[in-house]
Design a protein around this ligand. Structure first.
Ligand SMILES: [Mg+2]
Length: 200
């Protein structure tokens, strides 16, 4: 039985949790460099330099292009994200904390993804650095944070917060990850909206 988490105590990372950002990275790797053999399963570390045998300049170009405004607005959401977030917004504002530097395009993307959620209920903090997420989460009064970067989860846990790992190929390394792990938005729904209808 999963613990029930009050929606007001919960916040979300965006890239790799709400947005399928690495799908865009892989598409651009294909289109710009003909790297059609790469798949998400090749991304076994958040440090792309360590898991992809590519020129660092190519990786930097792909990351920058993935995060630019045009490609941000074209991001695909992860399955079920819009459904669960729309339901959660009935209980109060949605809170997102991203390490992106510029929030404008990802805020626009979230508003497009969640057209029925009032814009004032989509709160986004762009910290510019993963380590700066802690202070923002404390400011929000948030105890639970859904995140796909293990190092950030560790930092938050060391400071008394409760990270929830959103399962991705790049956060499966190591053994005995001590944090709860969700594999889908369906599982998140069971933690935060246990009484809602199942998603289909
Ligand atoms: Mg992320």
């Amino acid at each position: 039985m999963e613990p029930f988490i009050h929606p007001q105590e919960l916040a979300f990372d965006i890239d790799g949790v709400v947005a399928d950002t690495m799908a865009t990275f892989l598409r651009l790797a294909r289109e710009r460099y003909g790297l059609s053999h790469l798949s998400k399963e090749d991304l076994v570390s958040f440090d792309l330099q360590s898991c992809l045998k590519l020129d660092p300049e190519i990786i930097n170009d792909l990351i920058c292009t993935t995060l630019d405004d045009a490609n941000t607005l074209e991001l695909k959401p992860l399955d079920g994200a819009a459904h669960v977030l729309s339901h959660l917004a009935r209980r109060g504002p949605l809170r997102f904390v991203t390490a992106r530097i510029w929030p404008e395009s990802i805020v626009q993307w979230l508003q497009n993804l969640l057209p029925r959620v009032p814009q004032g209920f989509i709160e986004v903090s762009a910290t510019g650095s993963p380590d700066a997420k802690l202070a923002i989460l404390r400011q929000f009064g948030v105890r639970y944070f859904v995140e796909d970067r293990l190092e950030t989860c560790e930092l938050l846990a060391n400071e008394g917060l409760h990270p929830i790992v959103f399962d991705q190929p790049w956060n499966r390394k190591g053994n005995g990850c001590p944090f709860p792990r969700v594999k889908s938005w369906h599982e998140i729904q069971r933690w935060v909206l246990p009484l809602e209808d199942d998603m289909r």
